[in-house]
Design a protein around this ligand. Sequence first.
Ligand SMILES: Nc1ncnc2c1ncn2[C@@H]1O[C@H](COP(=O)(O)OP(=O)(O)OP(=O)(O)O)[C@@H](O)[C@H]1O
Length: 583
Amino acid sequence: MRWRLVWAVLAGAAAELAGVGLIAAAAWLITRAAEQPPLAALSVAIVAVRAFATSRGVFRYAERLTGHDVALRAQAGTREDLYASLIPPQSPRHGGADLLSRMVDDTEAVQDLLVRCLLPAAAALITAVAAVTIGLTIFPPAALVLLAGLAIAGALLPAATAAGARRWAARIAPARADLAARTADLVHGAADLAASGAGDRALRSALDADAALAALERRQSRVHASALAFGVLTQGLTVAAIVLLAQGAGVGSVGTAVLALMSLVAFEPVLPLAAAGERLTGILAAVRRLREVRATPPAVTEPAHPAPLPSAPLTVEVRDLVVRHAAPPAVTAPATTTATATATGAGDAPHPEPATPAAAVDGVSLALTPGKRVALVGPSGAGKSTLLAALMRLVEPESGTITVNGADVRDLGSDDVRTLMTGLTQDPYVFQTTLRANLQLAGPGKSEEALEAAVRQAKLQTWVRSVGWEAELGEDARTVSGGQLQRLALARALLYDPPVLLLDEPAEALDEQTADELMADLLDATHGRTTLLVTHRLRGLEQVDEILVLEHGRVIQRGTHRELVERPGYYRDLWESEMLTRR
Ligand SMILES: Nc1ncnc2c1ncn2[C@@H]1O[C@H](COP(=O)(O)OP(=O)(O)OP(=O)(O)O)[C@@H](O)[C@H]1O
């Protein structure tokens, strides 16, 4: 990469220098030819003009080729790093439209950093040094004026545009993120917005966000246009000053023409630096945002030397487990408010510390011996999914232990743990590919019979038969109903067949009858399989070995179905109300 970058800089500088040489040689040739010297006196200049003209194109081509090659490689490298940093589960996880804009726009900014800022700046510097050096050999005072003009247009002006743009970039980035988020809400939430009659309001707020962004961008364009105009003015004044100085000092028409035209051309690579300075601010903000994603710590700490995986049969023991989620990040004020607050200094006011959230799982102990099936029940928000996430190493417990055959899961690689304990998560995802590929995700080498069996166990065979194995499923699962999605994910979990199966509400989003059938089939399918099942439905739970009732993260009741229905408490109340609604 480093050598490619050097070649790109050299080719860019050579193209600019050829341009300066071409104009200087042409100026000399034209003014000298006017004096009608013998042709032999012009032959070197004629060859030089041709050589510079030809080589300029060749160097420019080489610069574009190597420059874009370097930039695209850098962009690909940045994307790769970003993807790699997103693979381990993060806490908190970046997501949605914001992450998309970071992945697309911000990684493109890395390309711009090279193509629009670093390479042009290096080429401009080399050209400026060459032009000033040539000027010094002809008429030193003119060279000094040229140096001053180039310094204003190439250093002071870009610094000023960068400072001006920084203010706007700080406001434009959140305004753009705001618009992206509102647009994503409009697209993905179209059905919900229409159903709750909030479509017009959402559209209006997206249009307001659009108008706010457009206003900011218009003001930024004004800064951009004035900077460009000031650069051209500096160029004109510098050349005029050089001509006046040279004529006053009696440099002669040939020397004056060479100085004037060469100075004019020396500004060519320097003038775009004002725009580059402006762009640099946005680019640096994008680089910062990318760093933020890469620096987000993974949700769990990986051991430096993962212990070997315990082999089945597995006994999983959870002892006094406490899991606390991080407090949600403070809501940032809308872009315009932030800017106003910064301008007035109000933004410096200290933010109140977020209160420590209550533990989602608070001192839970349980044992899953080989073949044992345990059910977790409890009200919404009781901590059931969090317990499953801790078993899958998706969240780091605050205290307590989880061991597999005596080995602490913190000493195992988290990917390894997920080959031992995994299953159906609460928000299953359908990938934009065929139904078969969606299932095979869990077992690329599994036989056709295994696929069929998983589909049968998940009670999905009628649907599969009607749409076919090669049916394309949508990324946003529009082609799949809630129940089908749930059963597809269940089939995937059953196909993966981990030693310890974790199932988070497998009958969620199903109608009463299908849910009953599914639970009955599931309890059959998991017979003799180590299983931890989160459910809101109690029917069939007489088949599981132990039931834990969670409330506010704590186990408030535990026992078999028979024991729990005999005792007064949450379980018996829930059982009675379930029986009542079924009558
Ligand atoms: N990623 C998270 N960040 C912060 N808090 C969270 C997170 N996930 C869950 N919580 C909180 O932790 C608590 C337990 O949530 P959890 O999803 O484990 O409950 P649950 O029993 O599975 O609920 P449900 O039956 O509705 O799925 C809740 O108060 C929830 O708001």
